[in-house]
Design a protein around this ligand. Structure first.
Ligand SMILES: [Zn+2]
Length: 180
């Protein structure tokens, strides 16, 4: 569970590291445990206090040193649990961000949006069953909602006339071209 040197540490996270005692005459010899976190102001990783509350050496003991401070070790399970929760929360936020960013942003939605934008939508969809064009309209609406979110206008509704068959009482209309 202790962070080791040489691995890629995530600056958004905190880690536990082993840290030596301060080199002072009265300081008991021990290897402590401390939180290791990125400090934006210093632009560097910083060793905190020992979990036991003692000040510790500012350079972590990477390389597998075992903690020997009984007080630090007694706090270890609680800290490990807290850090696990931090990681879970971090992953949850990342997932939520991804979901928000990409909910409507699929290849299929984008393709149908292009059909709506560039083709004669009424004519194309008049060739479909109502079920098919409702599906296509759902894809367009989803992509449109995604674009609205990107634009910061989540209240924007779906494009006008998207479901023209509903407006016209359904079925049969061949407005929009397609004279063959
Ligand atoms: Zn300690």
């Amino acid at each position: 569970m202790l962070a080791r040197g040489g691995e890629d540490l995530d600056v958004r996270r905190r880690y536990l590291v082993a840290a030596g005692h301060l080199q002072l005459p009265a300081e008991p010899e021990a290897v402590h445990l401390a939180l290791y976190s990125w400090q934006d102001r210093l632009e560097d990783w910083v060793v905190g206090q020992g979990l036991c509350g003692r000040s510790v050496d500012s350079v972590p003991l990477f390389g597998g040193a075992a903690a020997s401070c009984g007080s630090c070790l007694s706090y270890l399970p609680a800290y490990e649990e807290a850090l696990r929760r931090e990681v879970t929360a971090l992953e949850g936020r990342a997932e939520a961000r991804t979901a928000r960013a990409h909910a409507g942003d699929t290849v299929e939605n984008g393709a149908w949006f292009t059909v709506w934008l560039e083709a004669r939508w009424e004519w194309v969809t008049s060739r479909m069953t109502t079920e098919q064009r409702e599906y296509a309209a759902d894809r367009v609406a989803a992509y449109s909602a995604y674009l609205a979110a990107v634009d910061g206008e989540p209240e924007r509704g779906e494009p006008a006339g998207l479901r023209w068959w509903r407006d016209s009482g359904g079925g049969g209309s061949r407005r929009g071209g397609g004279d063959r």
